[in-house]
Design a protein around this ligand. Structure first.
Ligand SMILES: *Cc1c(COP(=O)(O)O)cnc(C)c1O
Length: 354
């Protein structure tokens, strides 16, 4: 077992200034019922439901309990933030000393890890995913870990390549790297296997990121969550802005989370369309490869990606050009839309003669 495998070892990895921090104690930490004359709020209930004159629950107890129930963990295992992007930023601020520590990223992947690192003045080392399959290169990842490496970011299913990373590789990384391993599962609901979130109670240095932005259809809400052992969740709670998630957001999320059937049906529809779209794309002359996907998008290699991207845009069809990234020559990332949108895309590509 590595040095990162006990809770106290995790605490020892926290930046000294964060360990010394006396967290801000907001009024609503202590009391949320009674005659509330403690937070300089306006006593008159605002119009509409929920009333917004009071500050929200800084511990987000109801929302965290609900998310924990869905994931199969306890409330103490769940941190909620303004998108999973907030958790990415806070993890860096907790574990990485600016201008000294570093993170490791398996690339090509989600660009926010590098942006958050740059914002926090943290060095980034990128390790290429295996050419062709985009699997994790475990030996390369392990040998890239340096003394100052604190966090490893792995995205599974990976954006923009669409593939899952092998659970065994991720577990080996937890076991052998001595770092906090962050597995970003933004797209896991679309995948052929389940989440790793419930494993956190056996693995002290594993953090799983989830979000309501994709499968739950709530990107505009800005709600993401991290699942980890209670110790790591406590650090996240200590450093977050006390009222990071507003009452309206929590209330809307709780209502949406009631309807698991709707989420399941939409995920099933998107997965079915993903397969139809992949088959249609594969038939096109200019398509060199449709990479297999466990997400709600497809990474597609075109013989002439730049022209296809421009021609689609002319027709009002917007896809993401990823061809400039290392290992992704000719690649466009196409999000699965409604059946009508996907048909429009396929028809446009036929017309363009892509
Ligand atoms: C879309 C996405 C997210 C979601 O971020 P939010 O801030 O929760 O909207 C996280 N990680 C990856 C890899 C994504 O593609």
């Amino acid at each position: 077992m590595s040095s990162a495998s006990t809770t106290s070892a995790i605490d020892a990895m926290v930046r000294p200034s964060i360990r010394a921090l006396e967290p801000y104690r907001a009024a609503r930490h202590d009391n949320s019922a009674g005659i509330l004359l403690d937070a300089n709020e306006n006593p008159y209930a605002s119009a509409g439901e929920p009333a917004l004159n009071r500050y929200p629950d800084p511990r987000q107890n109801r929302l965290r309990a609900r998310l924990a129930g869905l994931v199969g963990v306890r409330q103490e295992n769940v941190f909620v933030g303004v998108g999973s992007d907030e958790a990415i930023d806070l993890l860096m601020r907790i574990f990485c000393e600016p201008a000294r520590d570093a993170i490791l990223v398996a690339e090509p992947t989600y660009g926010m890890y590098r942006v958050a690192a740059a914002l926090n003045n943290i060095a980034v080392r990128g390790v290429p995913l295996v050419q062709g399959t985009f699997g994790l290169d475990l030996p390369a990842m392990l040998s890239a870990v340096e003394e100052r490496t604190r966090l490893i970011f792995c995205c599974s299913p990976n954006n923009p390549t669409g593939n899952l990373l092998a659970v065994d590789d991720l577990l080996a990384l937890c076991e052998r790297s001595g770092c906090i391993v962050v597995v970003d599962e933004a797209y896991i609901e679309f995948a052929s296997r389940g989440s790793m979130a419930a494993l956190v109670n056996d693995i002290p240095n594993l953090v799983v990121l989830r979000t309501l932005s994709k499968a739950w259809g709530l990107a505009g809400l800005r709600l993401g969550y991290a699942v980890a052992q209670p110790g790591i969740v406590s650090w996240l709670m200590n450093v977050k802005p006390p009222y990071n998630v507003g009452s309206l957001v929590a209330c809307t999320a709780l209502a949406a989370l009631e309807d698991v059937g709707r989420e399941r049906a939409q995920v099933a529809a998107i997965v079915a369309e993903r397969e139809r779209l992949a088959a249609g794309l594969a038939k096109l002359r200019g398509v060199l490869c449709v990479h297999p996907s466990d997400a709600n998008f497809l990474l597609v290699r075109f013989a002439n990606a730049a022209a296809v991207h421009a021609e689609l845009r002319e027709r009002g069809l917007i896809v993401r050009d990823r061809s400039g990234e290392p290992g992704l020559a000719g690649a466009l990332r196409i999000t699965v839309g409604t059946p009508a949108e996907n048909t429009a895309l396929l028809n446009a590509l036929l017309e363009i003669d892509a």
